[in-house]
Design a binder for this molecule. Sequence first.
Ligand code: HEM
Length: 400
Amino acid sequence: GTMGAAGATGLAVGAAGGAVGHAVLGDGSGTTGPALATVGSTRVPFRGAHQAGILQPLQARGHLVAFDLAPGAGRKEAVALMRRWSTAAELLMAGEPVGPSDGGIARDAGPCSLTVTFGFGRSFFDRTGLVARRPQELEPLPAFSSDRLDPKRSDGDLWVQIGADDALVAFHALRTVQREAGAAVRVRWQMNGFNRSLGATARPMTARNLMGQVDGTGNPKPTDPGFDRHVFVAAGGAQPWMTGGSYAVVRRIRMLLDDWDALPLKHQEAVIGRRKSDGAPLTGGTETTEPDLDKLGPDGKPVIPADAHARISAPEQNGGATMLRRPFSFHDGIGPDGTPDAGLLFVCWQADPTRAFVPVQRKLDRGDALSAFIRHEASALFAVPGGPADGEYVGQRLLE
Ligand code: HEM
């Protein structure tokens, strides 16, 4: 499927890199030289059982934007908005311009794996008179003792997640979404993120975060038994419009990078319970070897410490609680205290946050060795409906 295609793309870009540089430098018009049938050409379908932007590989660029309905706007305006946004998203993901006022930012570029994903926050249902269709799963997340949340950068009526393997393509999608929003909504907050570029590594590899750790190893795979049940809402639930949908928890997690970088490697590895070099568990093997959580060292203590992040968050330690983590890194310059305002735009997907993110974060909050090096600064929870069928707009089964 798409994942395999993107993996192959990564290889092709790495191999073609030198030749590409020559072609562009030598001509200037960009119209001659070998074809760049690589990063640009990957297209993700807009329609299907699930919205795009959940199962696709991490993209190099991301924009997360929350909107609030404007004063006076309600269900009617929301319907018109979701129609406009869906039409725009389908064109954007196909690499097509959107209407006569398209600014042309993405001209010449292919779709670049663009995904545009839409979600509804708890307050949306109050604003649109749809409280009876509000899922129980949108109950506000509990407060955690380590939270340092900024309400202005949290929550929101609507959410748009944009991801693409090119910065201009992602920005173009963001501009288009903002333009098509018209007077119906106001931006509440926006966060910009990034991941490693396709082709940066010699072969497809798990991402690294800004702490330098291999991050994503333990993620469930679509081929795992129970994957769909963990990530997507099954048919026959209390809110039929959410069938095929998922709940996204978004946390802006600042990394205290100066403190982290000052920590000796051995301590850094003990904090996670995995080797920094290749992500292998401290009990040995390779990245994909199962950690041996019971193994004791010569000192009689567990080799993977009791407070190691990867031990505490593991599904086996949390009654099977399973989520799909699909984050972006962020860097918003240097803060007033002189340290980098950088970290993880943590996005995780699950069929029910009260059985995935919430219990795991509760446990991390009580005793995660990583807590001393991170700070949760913003939080949001969105209901992301299933993908649109032919002729439908996103959210139609909720709104009509
Ligand atoms: C695993 C880093 C926040 C849940 C990991 C791993 C790393 C990591 C390096 C091991 C490799 C892997 O399996 O991906 C971080 C960093 C965070 C963070 C740097 C904050 C900046 C969180 C949060 C949650 C979470 C907030 C959920 C509440 C998990 C889970 C695993 C994991 C479920 C996989 C455990 C397993 O399958 O064995 N994390 N994490 N992480 N983390 Fe985090």
